[in-house]
Design a protein around this ligand. Structure first.
Ligand code: 5GP
Length: 207
């Protein structure tokens, strides 16, 4: 795929790692970006709005979208489907935007496979599992069973940190935001292979 102007920044890490707050903190400093709003079959939480955090749909609609090849990638996470629409991402990349994804490790693999040469990935985590647990309990948006499931998932995901370009341990929010901002700015400098090849060709063509 030729998405010559834009770049991709994938953020992964357990729910409760602080990804959304970090994005909010740096958004004014990273230039024109598009936050990819995923589609999900999970129930809407208090404080969430359809079309803002996610597009909330039922399983039947999600499966229809799979059949219609609507997704760049999708995955079953914590028993619910989550997926990324291809069309919006394509448009944002063509406009030269930095496309931000908040997706799980499976999603990172899929995006890296399809858009690897313009993708930078970063894994964000709280300092310890017990810190993660208390953040999830304090947030109190999930039932106990959901919290347990997220903690189990976090243990699994952490095994795959080495698949990411960067790791941010979010124990000091300001410092973590500073690091993420730097990574986002650097991500924009990544150039797709087609651009590199064109440049090489142009240089070869000059006598
Ligand atoms: P939550 O339900 O807490 O908002 O998100 C649960 C998990 O789903 C998080 O790890 C988040 O990164 C992941 N997720 C959200 N959207 C997508 C998506 O479009 N694709 C994939 N693969 N994972 C997603």
């Amino acid at each position: 795929m030729a998405f010559s102007n834009g770049a991709v920044l994938v953020l992964s890490g357990p729910s409760g790692a602080g990804k959304s707050s970090l994005i909010k903190k740096i958004e004014k400093d990273i230039g024109d970006y598009y936050f990819s709003i995923s589609t999900t079959t999970r129930g809407i939480r208090e404080g969430e709005t359809d079309g803002v955090e996610y597009h909330f749909v039922d399983e039947e609609e999600f499966k229809k979208d799979i059949e219609n090849d609507y997704f760049l990638e999708y995955a079953l996470v914590h028993g619910n489907y989550y997926g990324t629409s291809l069309k919006h991402v394509k448009n944002a990349l063509a406009d030269g935007k930095l496309v931000l994804f908040d997706i799980d490790v499976q999603g990172n693999t899929a995006i890296t496979n399809r858009l690897g040469d313009i993708t930078t990935s970063v894994f964000i985590t709280p300092p310890t599992l017990s810190e993660l647990k208390s953040r999830l309990i304090n947030r109190s948006t999930d039932a106990n069973s959901a919290i347990e499931r997220r903690l189990k998932m976090a243990k699994k995901e952490i095994q795959r940190i080495s698949e990411y370009d960067y790791l941010i341990i979010n124990d000091d929010f300001e410092k973590a935001a500073e690091k993420l901002c730097l990574i986002a700015k650097t991500a924009r400098l990544k150039k797709p292979l087609d651009k590199i090849n064109r440049l090489i060709q142009e240089w070869e063509d000059i006598e």
